[in-house]
Design a protein around this ligand. Structure first.
Ligand SMILES: [Zn+2]
Length: 159
């Protein structure tokens, strides 16, 4: 299957299961469910931002705007089944990593095909961040009191 066809497949899966996944996570924000296909089998940890994005970055954290707490990328994972993680998301990310390394943007331009894949990839990242917000705990914000029962609620309830 070509990378383009695989991507169409990935998008269809996300679209078909988005409601099921968000409903399950809204009901229980630590629900173990594949964020792509909604499966409960063979779950793995999918990094929201792939590790190679950080290869040239010494600061292995990023700021979230939801509660202003920085978080380490390697702890920022979402559940995805083995198949979706390695055969769909993994395949796309490996392909893009290769393109990013192969093309020096100072001298060359990305092909139309690669640009389209980058856009699709960014859409997938946006979806992952939406799910991440649904799952993130409303943890203590610096300088405030911690209220245990609120700490168990997903941040999205407050937005
Ligand atoms: Zn899956």
């Amino acid at each position: 299957m070509s990378i383009q066809l695989k991507l169409v497949h990935l998008r269809k899966k996300i679209r078909a299961n988005k409601k099921k996944v968000t409903d399950a996570i809204s009901a229980n924000h630590s629900a173990e469910i594949c964020i792509i296909c909604g499966s409960h089998e063979q779950l793995t940890k999918e990094h929201v931002i792939p590790q190679w994005v950080y290869n040239r970055c010494t600061k292995r954290t990023f700021e979230t705007t939801t509660n202003g707490i920085s978080q380490t990328y390697n702890k920022t994972t979402l559940p995805a089944c083995k198949d979706c993680n390695s055969n769909l998301l993994g395949l796309l990310e490996r392909h893009l990593k290769h393109e990013f390394e192969r093309i020096d943007v100072r001298h060359q331009e990305y092909s139309q095909e690669t640009l389209e894949l980058v856009i699709l990839w960014l859409e997938t990242l946006e979806y992952k961040f939406q799910i991440l917000d649904l799952r993130r705990n409303f943890n203590k914000i610096k300088g405030t009191d911690y209220i245990p029962h609120i700490g168990k609620m997903p941040i999205s309830m407050f937005l």
